[in-house]
Design a protein around this ligand. Structure first.
Ligand code: TRP
Length: 386
């Protein structure tokens, strides 16, 4: 009975996962709005938060703090987070303890990257008056919930999680998988549920983690006989995951195939020049292939003139369009996207006190919320109370 219900529900949820963009706002509209907000809020003081935020659906999402964010993060979830600042109560988690699960050999990097990721958030236009930015390692309720949730998930299920499987392969762990790494889906479930989030904007690769979160939620709710925790829905952009500039599936700074949100104009130019296209498209007049052609994949994600792009694709496939033309178009778009982000980032990075203040205040706010959920879960499970 329990499992029957569970699977029905899961199918429904899986169907609901790939809902795509919630509205037709484009990247540059999101960026223009971000620029406007950036000018409109004072840099040093954090104004009062509106009480009205309380009734909005809650978003929790975040990033491992392993280095500065790149345009894959932008297309994957930052653009969505910008959109939801007003319609949702939004929390962004600087996931430093999760970053340790595959970076235990380099805790310095994890620590240094906290401010880098926070800077990226603010530079793209995340407004700390409307979105709470908080630090995972300073929210003890998350660790406690993680421990409790580990009892509601099996090792076999963790090993079957497609994201975990992929990441184990990618990181070359072989049989030496850190236990914290294998178990991080339970910790991510703790992150999401501690905020009672119902919406989680993430990149495509994270969908199985939300699914696993909902399984844990259903188990706890079924065992406790009350709906202590809500289920969450992932919001994933239609465009899917951006590959690296070399065409490899994963864009990462350490892989040297990323364009970061702080890239200089020269770095952007060089990255686009080096970008993987169709290796058989040797002469301009040859027909070219757009599938697996990174320039077109990026244009799909960032070009607002989709009609013009469709024409360009047709011409490329017919023959008569050189790689340099499509690269020039992409470069112009990326330069325009990144320049204001880079500028704001440079401005903000001079004011470390402000960044720390944003993180501190956000973490305080998040502490109240996560503590209250921790108490709810402990009482739903009926643990002994002194
Ligand atoms: N796993 C996410 C990443 O790899 C980071 C993360 C941690 C997260 N906790 C989360 C994402 C909760 C969404 C919800 O970047």
């Amino acid at each position: 009975m329990f499992y029957g219900k569970h699977y029905d529900h899961r199918n429904e949820l899986v169907a609901g996962l790939l809902t795509g963009w919630p509205d037709d706002q484009t990247y540059s509209e999101a960026a223009a709005w971000a620029a406007f907000c950036f000018q409109s809020f004072p840099m040093r003081r954090l104004p009062f938060r509106e009480k009205t935020q309380m009734n909005r659906p809650t978003i929790l999402t975040g990033d491992r703090t392993t280095g500065p964010l790149h345009i894959g993060h932008y297309a994957g979830s930052l653009a969505n987070r910008l959109r939801y600042q007003d319609s949702h109560e939004q929390f962004l988690l600087l996931a430093d303890t999760q970053a340790l699960t595959d970076n235990a050999h380099d805790p310095d990097k994890v620590r240094r990257s906290v401010v880098e990721v926070a800077l990226d958030y603010l530079a793209v236009g995340i407004d700390p008056c409307r979105t709470t930015i908080c630090l995972q390692s300073h929210l003890p309720a998350l660790a406690e919930l993680s421990m409790l949730y580990l009892n509601f998930v099996t090792v076999a299920r963790l090993e079957r999680n497609p994201t975990i499987k992929d990441e184990i392969r990618l990181r070359g762990f072989g049989r030496d998988i850190p236990a914290g790494f294998l178990c991080y889906p339970a910790a991510q479930a703790a992150d999401i549920t501690a905020f009672k989030a119902t919406v989680v904007p993430v990149g495509e690769d994270q969908a199985p983690l939300i699914e696993q979160t909902n399984e844990i939620v259903r188990r706890i709710n079924a065992i406790s006989g009350c709906s202590a925790l809500p289920e969450a829905r992932a919001i994933i952009p239609k465009a899917g995951r951006l590959p690296g500039i070399d065409g490899k599936a994963k864009m990462s700074k350490s892989g040297g195939n990323a364009i970061t949100l702080s890239a200089s104009s020269e770095e952007i130019r060089n990255a686009v020049r080096a970008m993987f296209t169709d290796p058989n498209h040797l002469r301009v007049e040859d027909p070219g292939c757009i599938e697996g052609n990174v320039v077109f994949t990026y244009l799909d994600a960032f070009d607002q003139d989709q009609d013009g792009l469709a024409e360009l694709k047709a011409q490329y496939q017919r023959g008569g369009l050189g790689d340099s033309k499509i690269k020039a178009r992409l470069e112009a778009i990326l330069q325009e996207l990144i320049a204001p982000i880079r500028e704001r980032r440079a401005q903000l990075s001079d004011d470390r006190g402000y960044i720390l203040n944003v993180i501190k205040e956000g973490t305080e706010r998040a502490r109240e919320r996560t503590e209250s959920t921790r108490r709810d879960v402990v009482s739903a499970l009926g643990l002994f109370r002194l």
